[in-house]
Design a protein around this ligand. Structure first.
Ligand SMILES: Cc1ncc(COP(=O)(O)O)c(C=O)c1O
Length: 407
């Protein structure tokens, strides 16, 4: 037989026949990513993604840090490196975490490729098919995507303005024996809500009583523009908590550099899980961030972000006040990148998105954030990415859409 012809036939036949597992075949693509595609059309104002403002990226400082990193570390910056991350960056992060209230050593820090990887590694290490996870209801879609891959089930806990309802957590823990509690306790994605210190203490009590780890995903915690700071979950809960931090919202998400902070034993286990995932995060980018942190400019940069996002959030709230119908409600975040709106319960934010797109505005409708599939009358607005003028225009356009659909 002509071997070449045989090979060709096999290759053509293959694509339909890959033996993907059933749960991979069932995966759905992120709705946010789909909405972002519409958002990038010309003239559309996006209040959809969780993008930081591109105008705020410290481009010149990162450029200088990139030069300094290669000058100082030469080929080391381009070589394979440690799964845990480069010691200099881990040390610098440990120092920052300690300043933020949780006494941290380098041994507690594992560098990850975005905090999304921290979420994925957690899922990979802890979830077996059918296991329950406690989450807020609603919660971050990217976490649900990662957990769904491992066929998790959810004990989704409702929230009020003080965060997750901890009484419900204890009931759920007894009933479902969850593997861990996943929370975004500060300036939550999607609601913008921050868990009070009292609630945090109550949640930690439940976690310790039933020996269930808390994973506190905290990309937004440092971006507080109003109100009184609340101690971090890690500061309150110590070793009961694994916290996930990231440079994505305070420096730039394209750097894909983040960290897990946990007890050294737990972190050592995650080191092995990470080895199988990607060996280690990019060496050069870690040196760049190390050199950037060494300049001491990050605290002032965060202050600038706080001023800018605070101004944008205030403007968005004022425009909402003036333009949204009185039947609607919305959150008043003290920091972060998002606020959360509710239409009357008989209305659908997913249906109204089509009208909003005709008016050249996008938002993310709420139900994908709910593990229990509710929330079709809710949606999330991002205020960091659009300009002040665009925020005003977009909210006025949305106001028109909602007012004409009020029944
Ligand atoms: C709650 C939450 N966790 C994790 C991430 C992912 O962040 P990173 O860019 O560090 O992967 C995001 C991004 O928006 C987020 O909102």
């Amino acid at each position: 037989m002509d071997k070449g012809a045989f090979m060709e036939k096999e290759i053509v036949a293959m694509p339909d026949k890959w033996p993907f597992t059933q749960h991979v075949m069932n995966l759905s693509t992120s709705i946010i990513r789909e909405i972002l595609k519409i958002s990038s059309q010309p003239g559309v104002i996006s209040l959809a993604g969780g993008y930081p403002s591109p105008d705020m990226f410290p481009i010149e400082d990162i450029k200088q840090a990139a030069i300094d990193a290669i000058d100082e570390f030469q080929s080391t910056a381009l070589q394979y490196s440690f799964s845990m991350g480069i010691p200099q960056l881990r040390e610098a992060i440990a120092k920052r975490e300690t300043e933020l209230g949780s006494s941290t050593k380098m041994e507690n820090i594992l560098i990850t490729s975005g905090s999304q990887q921290g979420i994925e590694l957690t899922a990979r290490a802890l979830i077996e098919p059918g296991d329950y996870i406690v989450t807020e209801n609603p919660t971050y879609v990217g976490a649900l995507q990662a957990f769904n891959f491992y066929q998790a089930r959810y004990a989704a806990i409702d929230m009020d303005h003080d965060g997750m309802l901890v009484d419900q957590v204890e009931v759920a823990v007894k009933k479902y024996k969850p593997k861990f509690i996943y929370t975004i306790s500060t300036f939550q994605n999607p609601t913008g809500i921050t868990m009070t210190e009292e609630r945090k203490r109550a949640l930690i009590d439940v976690a310790v009583k039933y020996n269930i780890p808390i994973v506190d995903d905290s990309p937004y915690g440092e971006i507080r523009f109003t109100g009184k700071p609340v101690p971090t979950m890690k500061a309150v809960g110590g070793e009961a908590v694994i916290s996930l931090g990231t440079f994505s919202k305070i420096v730039a998400p394209g750097l894909r550099t983040a960290w897990m902070n946990g007890s050294d034993k737990i972190i050592h286990t995650f080191e092995k899980v990470k080895q199988g995932a990607d060996l280690h995060s990019g060496t050069y980018v870690q040196y760049i961030l190390y050199k950037y942190l060494e300049t001491g400019k990050l605290p002032d940069h965060i202050k600038d972000l706080i001023v800018s996002y605070g101004e944008k959030c205030n403007l968005m709230l004022k425009e909402i006040e003036d333009n949204f119908p009185e039947e609607m409600t919305w959150t008043h975040p003290e920091g972060g990148l998002f606020l959360w709106c509710e239409l009357p319960s008989n209305m659908s934010a997913s249906k109204l998105l089509q009208e909003a797109v005709k008016e050249k505005v996008t938002y993310v409708y709420g139900h994908p954030f709910f593990p229990d599939g509710q929330g079709d009358n809710t949606f999330r607005l991002n205020f960091s990415n659009a300009t002040l003028d665009d925020i005003s225009t977009a909210i006025r356009r949305l106001g028109k859409v909602f007012r004409r659909n009020m029944t």
